[in-house]
Structures are given as C-alpha cells and as structure tokens.
Write a protein that binds this ligand. Structure first.
Ligand code: ZN
Length: 57
C-alpha cells in the first residue's frame, strides 16, 4: 500500500511518477478530466509539487 499524492490515501494499485505514487482511480480521473476543469488544475498542482521536490532534493 502506498500513499497517493492526489487523493492522499493509501492505495494498492497505481503508477509511479518520479518518486511519488498516483493510484489507479486518480490516474483515470486525470485522463478523463477536461483541461478547462478546475479539477485538472488541482491535479497539475499536485504533480508540480512532486516534480519540484524532486529537483530540490
Ligand atoms: Zn489517488
């Protein structure tokens, strides 16, 4: 079980992005979200945090 960076919950299935984990549900939600949807912006923000923390470490 790993903690998803998007929903912040421990999930069994998902993908790894850099050093972080995104659960299958969030991955699907992300793919199906329209870029004009505010939710999409939230996803991008979460990913930005991940990539930025990777650069800084
Ligand atoms: Zn999730």
């Amino acid at each position: 079980m790993e903690k998803c960076i998007v929903c912040d919950e421990a999930q069994k299935y998902g993908i790894h992005l850099y050093t972080s984990f995104i659960c299958t549900d969030c991955e699907k939600a992300m793919i199906n979200t329209d870029p004009t949807d505010p939710t999409y912006k939230y996803f991008i923000n979460q990913l930005k945090v991940v990539t930025e923390s990777k650069i800084m470490s």
